[in-house]
Ligand binder design. Structure first.
Ligand code: ZN
Length: 129
């Protein structure tokens, strides 16, 4: 799976598709049976957590562990921001996040500069432990 970044600025629709793809890939790794997989795949077509497959999906999601759960939350959050119009802006300083960054990391919440500052802060925090 080596999808090339688009030569033009990716539209929100394309980024939304990328988020959906990322979520599907994640969910696919969790399905234990073909039945579960098809439930998950058909679930992708509908709104998140609002159809008959929700119970099954809930069971599958309960298998998620730390990092995967976090990733799925990030994806759900990014999709919500996309729907709400807040997507693509840095949550710290409000500048537009570069399209290349969004394409590489569709769940990005911060611009490169703020991300760097946050990571520096995290590193300092760990060093002081
Ligand atoms: Zn920023």
């Amino acid at each position: 799976m080596t999808e090339k970044p688009p030569t033009t600025t990716p539209s929100n629709e394309e980024l939304g598709r990328r988020l959906q793809d990322a979520r599907r890939d994640l969910l696919r790794t969790l399905a234990l049976t073909d039945g579960e997989l098809s439930t998950l795949e058909s679930h992708q077509a509908g709104p998140w957590a609002e159809d008959a497959a929700t119970a099954t999906v809930g069971v599958i999601l309960s298998r998620l562990e730390g990092q995967q759960k976090h990733e799925l939350d990030e994806i759900a959050d990014a999709l919500a921001r996309l729907a709400g119009g807040a997507y693509g802006r840095c949550q710290a300083c409000g500048v537009a996040i570069s399209p290349a960054r969004l394409w590489a990391m569709p769940t990005a919440r911060h611009c490169v500069e703020c991300q760097r500052k946050l990571e520096a802060t995290n590193r300092e925090g760990r060093a002081n432990e």
